[in-house]
Write a protein that binds this ligand. Structure first.
Ligand code: FMN
Length: 166
């Protein structure tokens, strides 16, 4: 069974954790890889968000208002070789960053198993499960996993990921 993780994550200044070299969601994506052997695909925007937290929230709100599809540095067009697709990111204003939508809009999910995940500071999965059910047409969307961003580097978070992927 081959799996893939499609995710977004942003280093820099963030809520609750201060400055981080590696984004919280990236830590979770790497746990998934460790436990499943999944390939990782990061939705990496051509225009990165500001390192400043407050500015970043404004940029994310502008994308939301415009229903934007920010351009990515590279794209993935074929997921036919994968059975299970993990899709995740930080919660931005209640949902996934729009970079993830840019990528999802290009893919054919027919027959795939989709497992949603998020990192957050209170919103849990936000609308992620319902949006993925709508966007990943033909996929079976499973129960998602939400992990608090400030806790990703703990044994507890790692164990939660292990239990969930199994
Ligand atoms: C632009 C922006 C918007 C955010 N909006 C929310 C939110 O609506 N709800 C929430 O619980 N956390 C919110 N957060 C916190 C992030 O979801 C959380 O810190 C996450 O772990 C960051 O993941 P990353 O380091 O992988 O980018 C927001 C953070 C940013 C930068």
């Amino acid at each position: 069974m081959k799996s893939l993780v499609i995710y977004f994550s942003r280093p820099g200044n963030n809520w609750a954790v201060g400055y981080i070299e590696k984004g919280n969601t990236e830590v979770i994506a790497e746990y998934i890889r460790q436990f499943t052997g999944a390939d990782l695909f990061k939705c990496d925007p051509v225009k990165p968000y500001s390192e400043d937290y407050a500015k970043c929230t404004e940029e994310a709100m502008a994308y939301k208002k415009a229903d934007a599809r920010p351009e990515l540095k590279k794209y993935l067009d074929d997921i036919s070789g994968y059975d299970v697709i993990y899709i995740g990111g930080p919660i931005y204003w209640g949902e996934l960053p729009y970079e993830v939508y840019t990528e999802l809009d290009r893919l054919d999910f027919k027959g795939k198993t989709v497992k949603p995940f998020s990192t957050h500071e209170g919103s849990g999965l936000g609308n992620v499960e319902s949006v993925l059910k709508r966007k990943c047409v033909g996929a079976s969307v499973k129960k998602g996993l939400a992990i608090q961003g400030g806790s990703v580097n703990s044994d507890f978070a790692k164990k939660q990921v292990k239990n969930w992927v199994e």
